[in-house]
Design a protein around this ligand. Structure first.
Ligand code: AMP
Length: 225
């Protein structure tokens, strides 16, 4: 299955993505994770992306398009893939269409997680990432058990530079200006499905799972409702 997960920062894409890949057994392709890895490894691309990411603005299209194009060629993507955080602009979506058509592939579903801005600010600013394994917790909704991570490390959690409140607000503005137009783009292609992103991760995942099961039985067809 070939899926795109879209939504504002903090809509729960990462959490849902982890469950989704376990359900449909395809790799997750997260441009945010790939860029963070490149940054950590100190590669040329990582250094170039760093200043954009820390300001909460989008990395130039050509950088992420190149990353995704390379990644999609890997053999683990043969049975399908789930794109998380890409495309983020209509230009990226058009480039993706070009890449996929060269590979004679096409997107089955675009799942848009919808969450109001005020909920997002609360969700993101409480997010804490384990310094060792990268697992994400939330100080209110999903605190680490006894202040230690499940990977065994104790109390070493950090706030991502782009999860600070002023940066979150900037990222939301960018989402509304540059990423939200993707809804119309994919609606026209009849692959868009809006998923209510409010509620617990289990409740949201249940909505996704039910939709995928129904569309599977019905042989595809999604809509924007
Ligand atoms: P994420 O973890 O998906 O929220 O991404 C973190 C940051 O990486 C974003 O705020 C952008 O600076 C950059 N980024 C990730 N994916 C993309 C993309 N598709 N296009 C441009 N920038 C991206």
């Amino acid at each position: 299955m070939e899926i795109i997960l879209v939504g504002p920062p903090g809509a729960g894409k990462g959490t849902q993505a982890q469950r989704l890949i376990a359900l449909i057994a395809v790799p997750q392709i997260s441009t945010g994770d790939m860029l963070r890895e490149a940054k950590k490894a100190g590669t040329k691309l990582g250094l170039e992306a760093k200043s954009y990411m820390e300001r909460g603005v989008l990395v130039p299209d050509e950088i992420v398009i190149g990353l995704v194009e390379e990644r999609l060629k890997a053999s683990d993507c043969n049975p399908g893939y789930m794109l998380d955080g890409f495309p983020r602009t209509v230009a990226q979506a058009m480039a993706l269409d070009g890449i996929l058509s060269k590979m004679q592939r096409k997107i089955d579903h675009v799942l848009l997680l919808e969450v109001p801005d005020e909920v997002i600010v609360e969700r993101i600013t409480g997010r804490r990432t384990c310094k060792h394994c990268g697992k994400i917790y939330h100080i209110k909704f999903d605190p680490p058990p006894q202040e230690s991570c499940e990977c065994g490390s104790k109390g070493e959690f950090m706030v991502r530079a782009d999860d600070k409140e002023d940066v979150v607000k900037e990222r939301l503005k960018i989402y509304h200006d540059q990423t939200a137009p993707l809804a119309k783009y994919y609606q026209k292609k009849s692959v868009l499905r809006v998923i209510d992103g409010l509620g617990s991760p289990d409740q949201v995942f249940d909505r996704i799972r039910k939709f995928l099961m129904t569309s599977d039985r019905e042989g595809g067809g999604s809509d924007e409702s």
